[in-house]
Design a protein around this ligand. Structure first.
Ligand code: 6R9
Length: 534
């Protein structure tokens, strides 16, 4: 056995359930109860209005078991998809854990998605059930999927059943389904098995430095992969106490929360850090944040100023971490205790081997050596796009990177046209498709335009149909149309009109050229501009 295989085998052994298999909910919650840690607080939920609700590991084990029984009572079978469309409520944690406990596949949806992305993902997933609120479903529920409302008789429903024990799953049984975006075509549903928890648990400790009993706060929205993996499963598996805030972003609220809850490990995004920077160092210093031990960032390039500002405001730099939906867990990180070098991601985490492929000085792609426990099992119903991610025993990330002589990796960019706005992936195709529904639109090309806070913002270039002329009213109408259909998470913030959009020879819109023009960059050799199409 190689060193890596031995490492993962040992990590898997520590999470193996009494029946010899692995279940994510058992590893995250029930295991701690079995080990006599049931009285430890698993979740401290802070409501919008400041109300606090604590749940111990024993209570979370019980409630998730009850939700698993509710699913069974509704006839929901193992391997069927249970989705959530929820704000950050205690029921979200219960539903996520309960679904995997029942052996179902858990699929989180972002509450800020509009009706179209919700419908599309639920139908691609063939979801058996969506757990949501009456208000969210009234606005977004166009899909013909049975919906269970957490604000209508939820407590009674859970009280009326006996908790179900964990389904006796194996590491390879599917557990999580996360939608991610491609350059072309529909969103891709990346499937992960229960065994992913092995790498998620390991990296919570090695990359984030999380220890049992630590108070931990992940600010990522639970509708995205970071919010599910490092907002629920990984830190619970590590025995942490999660802080979950229902409220919206607000610097003073965030600092007060960290002071009051004595947060020890804080995992956030560059966009949030840049927003905090705008409110000044003074504000941060007004709070007693001496409980903080480790600050980490993910999802988009972490600029040097943000790293340094962490030091000024909190006495600790932000440590970068890199991973993707497909990798299922952190792959690269500057771990606790390792000096932070701004502009670098850091090193491979234990159990992972990475490389960069391509000509020195040319375009070089970050690749990861197969296998590892949290690698995705494939895109749902898309063997072709799955196959395109692999070559010669390696996973191809689609990210461009370099490696320093000391082994630190640096992020350079992406090989494709995918947009990262506020740390969220946006597929240009999904946005373009909705813009094309508008009666005035002949063609649409969508790019990420650099933005000092959000990293990138979604910008649409539109060629109008004959008989329509650019105007401010039309701009407003297009943005309103997109927001109605796509929701604020995906809708363009800016619209520009063009007489015609540039195309590749095969007829695809040349988003890279739109981007080069937007940035005032040389347009370069057009023959190389055609995108990879992943
Ligand atoms: C976890 C998550 C993955 C893409 C990835 C890359 C970008 C992630 C980054 C980063 C620069 C970092 N990304 N971490 N870019 N620095 N530390 O975000 O998953 O939504 O699938 O996005 O995000 O481009 O390929 P996902």
């Amino acid at each position: 056995m190689t060193g890596r295989a031995a490492y993962w085998a040992e990590e898997a052994a520590s999470l193996t359930a009494p029946w010899g298999g692995i279940n994510m909910a058992w590893a995250a919650v029930d295991r701690h109860v079995a080990a006599g840690q049931g009285e430890r607080v698993a979740l401290r939920w802070i409501g919008r209005d400041g109300a606090v609700r604590a749940m111990t590991y024993a209570e979370l084990a019980d409630a998730s078991g009850r939700f698993a029984a509710v699913l069974r009572g509704m006839g929901v079978q193992p391997r069927e998809v249970v989705a959530t469309l929820l704000p950050r409520l205690p029921a979200l944690y219960v539903a996520a854990l309960g679904a995997v406990k029942a052996g179902c596949v858990y699929a989180p949806l972002f509450a800020a998605f509009g009706p179209e992305p919700v419908r599309l993902r639920l139908s691609l997933a063939k979801a058996r059930l969506v757990v949501t609120t009456a208000a969210l479903w009234a606005r977004k529920g166009t899909a013909e999927v049975p919906a269970l409302m957490v604000d209508e008789g939820w407590g009674e429903r859970l009280a009326a059943v006996e908790p179900l024990p964990c389904a006796r799953t194996t590491a390879d049984d599917p557990a999580l389904l996360h939608f991610t975006s491609g350059t072309t075509g529909a969103p891709k549903g990346a499937l992960h098995g229960h065994g992913a928890i092995v790498a998620q648990h390991a990296t919570a400790r090695t990359a984030l430095g999380l220890r049992a009993g630590d108070v931990y706060w992940c600010t990522a929205d639970p509708g995205w992969v970071t919010g599910t993996v490092y907002g629920i499963f990984a830190p619970l598996a590590a025995g942490a106490t999660l802080v979950a805030d229902e409220g919206d972003f607000d610097p003073a609220r965030w600092y007060a929360l960290m002071e009051r809850e004595r947060v020890v490990v804080w995992y956030t995004t560059p966009t949030a850090i840049r927003l905090l920077m705008r409110s000044g160092t003074e504000l941060a210093r007004r709070y007693d944040l001496s409980s903080l031990r480790h600050l980490a960032s993910v999802g988009e390039p972490l600029n040097a100023e943000a790293v340094t500002w962490g030091r000024e405001a909190f006495g600790h730099p932000f440590h970068d971490t890199w991973w993707q939906t497909e990798t299922g867990a952190i792959m690269l990180a500057t771990p606790p205790g390792e000096p932070v070098i701004p502009g670098t991601l850091g090193f491979t985490v234990p159990g992972i081997e990475a490389d960069v492929w391509g000509e020195p000085g040319g375009v070089r792609e970050l690749v990861l050596r197969l296998p590892w426990p949290s690698l995705f099992q494939g895109y749902l119903n898309d063997a072709e796009r799955t196959r395109a991610c692999f070559a010669d025993g390696w996973y191809r990330s689609g990210d461009l990177a370099t490696r320093d002589p000391d082994g630190r990796f640096r992020f350079v960019g992406r090989v494709d046209d995918i947009i990262k706005t506020s740390g969220h992936l946006v597929g240009p195709f999904e946005v373009e498709s909705v813009l094309l529904e508008h009666p005035a639109v002949a063609e649409a090309g969508v790019i990420g335009k650099p933005d000092v806070v959000a990293g990138e913002l979604v910008k649409a270039f539109i060629a109008l149909k004959p008989g329509f002329a650019p105007s401010e009213d039309l701009t407003r109408d297009l943005i309103a149309h997109a927001r109605r259909r796509l929701g604020p998470a995906l809708a363009p913030r800016e619209v520009a009109f063009a007489d015609a959009l540039p195309h590749t020879r095969s007829g695809k819109i040349l988003r890279r050229l739109l981007k080069a023009r937007e940035l005032g960059l040389p347009e370069g050799d057009l023959s190389t501009l055609e995108s990879g199409g992943r």
